[in-house]
Ligand binder design. Sequence first.
Ligand code: NAP
Ligand code: GLV
Length: 313
Amino acid sequence: MKADISPIRISFCCTNTDPEPWLTGLRAALPLAEVSVWQPGVPAADYAVVWAPPQAFFDEQSQLKGVFNIGAGVDALMKLRLPPQAVVVRLEDAGMAVQMAEYVCQAVIRHFRDLNAYAEDARAGRWTFYKPRQRSDFPVGVMGLGVLGARVAQALQHFEFPVNGWSRSPKVLEGVHGFSGAAQFNDFLASSRMLVNLLPLTPDTTNILNRDTLGRLQPGGYVINVARGAHLVDDDLLALIHSGHLAGATLDVFRTEPLPPDHPFWQHPKVTITPHTSARTLRSESIAQIADKISAMQRGEPLSGIVNVGSGY
Ligand code: NAP
Ligand code: GLV
């Protein structure tokens, strides 16, 4: 359904994104809006649709009412000086939660069922069996029980893994053993063997996957990082794999992206990598969500997904 709003200006400023399909989609969803790609000197806009914009964008467009991030994570935005009156809004699910659930479940199952070893055996022409493992020996801890973490925790239960969850504030999710805050972090880690990171990147969570915290996982631990590369101290992960405390990792995000060609993760036999693709922004779902929220703001109605700039997510 097309939104009915009075004329507004929307500025599009998204790094590494082909603007044309976004402009077409936003114009179709908000037919009374003027939507254009930002470049220095263009007229002042009411709303911005952004991904990793330069500081110059906000310095010039200081009158913005709303800034819509075309991703769930706002860590790149939080590094910038934003117009203080602008409401910052992130994507909520918009088709990402199911993608994240399928990615994490496949990583957990791939490890639990020894599928990497079977694939290697198949390549070598070997018909080998590995001993079936007990699901109860593989509790999965999900760090972050927001839009994506909650969906992942729910999906893992379909495969009957014991699921622990950790968040800043206490959460009650059916079937999930909940832990919250710094006081319960060590207990959460000690209760988990496989660890899934779905935290936002903030000053409190940077480097949170390190030698001390990962060393608290149950022996034979496995790490799945699908949030941000700067959550993980790469050398600490490698040292714990080398010592045998961790069995390996699946990593979708990295401190430097693309992952530099000489990084040890590329060739490591116990590390599976993908190029930041676990939950992609889906254009039509995202445009529909952003258009609905701009319309709600125009009508003076409340909206969800507003970033708390103080806490950084
Ligand atoms: P969200 O809804 O904001 O959820 C964040 C969760 O983290 C909340 O449960 C929050 O606790 C918890 N949290 C935040 N700070 C914490 C802390 N210091 N200690 C403990 N828990 C803390 O975010 P989301 O939509 O699920 O997205 C999560 C992240 O996934 C994004 O920020 C982004 O970095 C990443 N992501 C990656 C991809 C990819 O393709 N790899 C795609 C999309 C998103 P409360 O519930 O108590 O607030
Ligand atoms: C992707 O990483 C996102 O934050 O949406």
